[in-house]
Write a new protein. Structure first.
Length: 471
């Protein structure tokens, strides 16, 4: 189906809105790559005046990750196991991630007492790409996981899986005073996993027009959430209607909260740093003015011993009350902003990136979906004031563009580093110097007419046709 570019620019006359009106939806059916980074957490709030964020000019933590090799050959895919510390008797799920579109490959799991060859149970993603392998129940011990091309036998990736004895302790107790401990550093591979996770979380048929009444309904669905139960605490298991489990993850998000809640959940599961700023709205020309930094290092919740409830309260009373739809609406040169602008390419517009409206709404990109004519279209999700989450397909109405502004558009989370007990953002120069998946770009702000922006997206997606009226 070809779509027209007919006067989407008329949206510019709309009054400032906070979130799009709620939409009625149907109810949907119910490895450790970095060495531990330790140290006493600092307070999670830093009050600042003119410059709230002290940016890290040299992103050492991003540049130190050596390329994975297998048999002396650079790996083309990386593997993660969930739960992250499996016990004997627990089903193990392997998730492989690659940036290139590889032909279907297999996973060979070899241990001292048993060996198994696994076909992919699922494959997905518009890039980066994910494959799931279900290893089932494995005996205690150490296993080599090798990803292979089943035709030529070429090794694509390798890792080590350790399965602990069934009686190994796993206490559901908070570790330290912070909301969660930081034991990994963000890297390109983990950013790829984040994109693959978001893509699978919201994957739907091309004609799907429904949604969810609460975001945690998606987290609690093991068929969607590859991080389901990753911590081994049954943290995503809400039980049944007859036997509910009130200790499961709770998550509600409106439009401004959605990208932050997704990022916080992922960072919590993988024990990564998480940071955001508290800002006022100011205006669309100058962008938000930020005055306070917040992170998972806050000690406000140290009185709660249950790590899941500690995380729930962090979301409910620290994250969602601290951000809004204008928080990501910052100027590109703001080195301490939560997001930065990216290129308009298929590679850059990956799941997990966001589109910030010029006047108070935002979307999270989830997929590229092919249409009947062979073109592809961006698909996104957005949250609403009533807590529902719905889908949006790319169109001038859903992705409004206002020439002359530089605070909105396609953006991604700014890299952050954890060192010396504090979390700092990487500045724009550091992003340019580091090997991050998405480069900084102001390409999208060069258009003088809205229709030129949509034509640029048409060149990327090959879906949108020019308006025949020429308007």
């Amino acid at each position: 189906m070809k779509l027209s570019l007919r006067a989407g620019a008329g949206l510019a006359s709309l009054i400032l809105v906070l979130c799009v009106a709620p939409t009625l939806v149907r109810r949907d059916a119910p490895g450790r790559p970095a060495a531990p980074v330790r140290g006493r957490p600092a307070a999670g709030v830093v009050i600042a005046s003119a410059a709230p964020a002290r940016a890290a000019a040299v992103p050492a933590a991003l540049a130190e990750e050596p390329p994975q090799t297998c048999a002396g050959v650079p790996a083309r895919a990386s593997t993660f196991s969930f739960p992250m510390e499996p016990r004997e008797g627990e089903a193990v799920r392997l998730v492989a991630v690659s940036r290139e579109a590889l032909a279907p490959y297999v996973a060979e799991v070899s241990g001292a007492r048993e060996s198994v060859m696994l076909e992919p149970a699922d494959r997905w993603g518009p890039g980066p790409y994910g494959s799931e392998f279900r290893a089932g129940v494995l005996g205690a011990g150490e296993y080599d996981v090798t990803l292979r091309d089943p035709v030529g036998g070429t090794i694509l990736g390798c890792s080590t899986l350790r399965v602990l004895p069934a009686g190994a302790r796993r206490e559901r107790e908070a570790d330290g005073d912070a909301v969660w401990p930081i034991r990994r550093a963000w890297s390109g591979v983990l950013e790829d996993l984040y994109s693959v996770w978001v893509s699978r979380l919201f994957r739907t048929p091309g004609n799907f027009r429904g949604g969810w009444h609460r975001l945690h309904a998606v987290f609690r669905d093991p068929d969607r959430n590859v991080l389901y139960g990753a911590l081994g605490w049954a943290e995503d298991d809400a039980g049944t209607a007859d036997a509910p489990r009130p200790t499961a993850v709770r998550a509600r998000a409106d439009c401004g909260d959605l990208p932050y809640v997704l990022r916080a959940y992922f960072a919590w599961k993988l024990e990564l740093p998480f940071r955001f700023q508290r800002c006022n709205r100011r205006n669309a020309l100058q962008g938000a003015e930020c005055y306070e930094e917040r992170s998972n290092l806050t000690e406000r919740y140290r009185g709660r011993s249950d790590p899941v409830e500690r995380f729930n309260r962090f979301l409910e009373t620290w994250v969602t009350v601290g951000v809004h739809s204008a928080t990501p609406r910052t100027l590109p040169e703001d080195d301490g902003s939560d997001f930065y602008p990216i290129e308009m390419t298929r590679t850059a517009l990956r799941p997990g990136t966001v589109y910030v409206w010029p006047y108070g709404h935002l979307l999270v990109i989830t997929d590229w979906i092919e249409d009947e004519a062979g073109g592809v279209s961006l698909v996104a999700v957005d949250g609403h004031i009533d807590g529902t989450v719905t889908f949006k397909h790319f169109s001038p109405q859903n992705f409004p563009y206002l020439p002359g502004l530089r605070t909105f558009g396609f953006k991604t989370f700014r890299p952050i580093v954890y060192a010396d007990g504090e979390i700092r953002p990487v500045d724009n120069a550091g992003i340019a110097a580091a090997e991050v998946p998405l480069v900084f770009s102001e390409e999208q702000y060069r258009f003088r007419r809205s229709r030129d922006f949509y034509r640029a997206v048409w060149r990327v997606s090959a879906l949108f046709a020019d308006d025949p009226s020429g308007s």
